[in-house]
Design a protein around this ligand. Structure first.
Ligand SMILES: Nc1ncnc2c1ncn2[C@@H]1O[C@H](COP(=O)(O)OP(=O)(O)OP(=O)(O)O)[C@@H](O)[C@H]1O
Ligand SMILES: [Mg+2]
Length: 366
C-alpha cells in the first residue's frame, strides 16, 4: 500500500544546530523505533535551535503518553512555531510510520490536500471528493499506521477583516476534518500551526482529552543571539526583553545593529527609542490589515496610552457596543496581539513592539 519511492532518512540527529544537550525524550520504553515514510514538502531546515525544551517535552507527552489526536501550536508571527514543530519532527521522526508536512501558505481546498496524501500511498490518481468513501479511506490509514501530519500556516484558511478563526467558505471542510480527527478513534496525530486560534483549537485541562493547545510566548534565552555576531553580551537580555523574545524581531534588529551600530548592542539599547525596521513595519502592516474594523479601533485606542486597559475603560473611550468590544477583545487574544495581565486577568495589554508600530501611524494607509 505504501509507495516508498520518496523514502529517505535525511534527518541529522547530531547536527551542530544545538549548543544545548540534545533533547532525548524518554521514549524508548513506550514506542519502538519505526522505519518511517516521509513527505516533508516545504518544511524548513532548522539550522539553529535554542531553548524550548519544555515545549518539546510537552508535545512529546501529548502525542506518546496522552495519545492526543489534534494539537495546535499557536502564537504571533515569528515567535517560533514552525521552527519548534520542525525540530520536534527532526527529533522524533523514527517513532512514526508516516510523516507528512503540508503548508497552507498557499491554501488549497481540503479534497486536494487529501488527494496529495492519498497519492503518497498510491491510493488514487485523480482528485478525490469528500464523500464517505474518502473519509473511510483516510481514517483507515490513520488507524492502521501511526501518522504525524503537520499543517503549517493554517491562519491562511481564515477570513481576513473578520473576527479571528472564521473559515473562508471554500475551506469550511477543514472544520469538519478537525472535528473528525478528534471524534474518531485512531492512532495518529494532526499538528496545526497557526497565528490564529479557531473554535476547533480548544484547550481543556483534562489529561486524556484528545485536543491540546500550545500557545508560544517569547524565547528569553540569550543564546538566541549567539550566532548573530553581536558585541556586549551583558546587554543581550535587555535587547531580548525589549523585543519580547520574538526570534524574528530579534533577527531583524540584530541585522540593524550590525549594519548601523557595528554590533554594539549597548549603544543600541541605551538609545531611548524602540526602533522598528522596515521589514517589521511590513509585517505589522499585514497583521493590521487582516484585522476587523472593531479590532483595529480597539488597538489604535489602546496604543494612545502606555497602560493596560479594563473593559470598562475601553468602553468609556470607544463608541462600540458591548458585544462588539467583547468579541473584538476575544478575537485579538485569539491572534495573540492582546494578552491579559497574568496578575490581573481583567486587564488587557498590548505588546509594546506592536504599540510602537501603531503609535507611528504606519497603519492608516487602508
Ligand atoms: N528556538 C529557536 N532557536 C533559534 N531560532 C529560532 C527559534 N525559534 C525561531 N527561531 C528563528 O526565528 C525565526 C522565526 O521562526 P518561525 O518561522 O518558526 O516563526 P513562526 O512562529 O512560524 O512565524 P510565522 O507565523 O510567521 O510562520 C526563524 O528564522 C527561526 O530560525
Ligand atoms: Mg511559521
Amino acid at each position: 500500500m505504501f509507495n516508498h519511492k520518496n523514502h529517505h532518512h535525511s534527518f541529522n540527529f547530531c547536527s551542530p544546530i544545538s549548543e544545548q544537550p540534545q533533547q532525548q525524550p524518554d521514549i524508548e520504553n513506550q514506542v519502538e523505533p519505526k522505519s518511517c515514510y516521509e513527505d516533508l514538502g516545504i518544511a524548513p531546515k532548522i539550522n539553529f535551535f535554542y531553548g524550548r525544551n519544555e515545549e518539546l517535552k510537552i508535545i512529546h507527552d501529548w502525542i506518546f503518553l496522552q495519545k492526543a489526536r489534534l494539537i495546535s501550536v499557536l502564537g504571533l508571527s515569528g515567535i517560533g512555531k514552525t521552527t519548534l514543530v520542525k525540530r520536534f519532527v527532526d527529533l522524533n521522526s523514527n517513532f512514526f510510520d508516516v510523516l507528512m508536512w503540508k503548508s497552507l501558505r498557499f491554501p488549497q481546498p481540503l479534497n486536494l490536500l487529501l488527494t496529495e496524501i492519498f497519492n503518497n500511498f498510491s491510493l488514487v490518481n485523480d482528485s478525490v471528493s469528500l464523500n464517505e468513501e474518502t473519509w473511510r479511506k483516510l481514517f483507515d490509514i490513520l488507524r492502521h499506521k501511526k501518522c504525524l501530519i503537520i499543517l503549517d500556516d493554517v491562519q491562511n484558511i481564515f477570513t481576513e477583516k473578520q473576527l479571528a478563526g472564521q473559515y473562508q467558505p471554500e475551506y469550511r471542510d477543514y472544520k469538519t476534518f478537525l472535528k473528525m480527527m478528534t471524534e474518531i478513534e485512531h492512532q495518529s496525530c494532526l499538528i496545526l500551526v497557526s497565528q490564529e486560534k479557531s473554535q476547533e483549537m480548544k484547550s481543556l485541562n483534562e489529561e486524556l482529552y484528545p485536543i491540546k493547545v500550545l500557545e508560544l510566548i517569547g524565547l528569553y534565552e540569550t543564546e538566541l543571539l549567539n550566532h548573530q555576531d553581536l558585541e556586549n553580551p551583558e546587554s543581550w537580555s535587555t535587547l531580548i526583553k525589549l523585543y519580547e523574545g520574538n526570534p524574528l524581531y530579534l533577527q531583524n534588529i540584530a541585522d540593524l545593529i550590525k549594519d548601523v551600530f557595528q554590533g554594539d548592542v549597548l549603544s543600541f539599547v541605551n538609545g531611548d527609542e524602540l526602533i522598528l525596521t522596515e521589514d517589521l513595519k511590513d509585517l505589522f502592516n499585514s497583521l493590521f490589515d487582516k484585522l476587523s474594523k472593531v479590532e483595529q479601533k480597539i488597538i489604535v485606542e489602546m496604543s494612545q496610552q502606555n497602560q493596560e486597559f479594563s473593559i470598562e475603560t475601553l468602553k468609556e473611550h470607544l463608541s462600540l457596543s458591548s458585544a462588539d468590544l467583547i468579541n473584538g477583545l476575544q478575537s485579538l487574544s485569539r491572534r495573540y496581539i492582546l494578552r491579559t495581565n497574568p496578575q490581573n486577568k481583567k486587564m488587557f495589554q498590548l505588546s509594546p513592539v506592536f504599540r510602537e508600530y501603531l503609535k507611528q501611524g504606519n497603519n492608516f494607509h487602508q
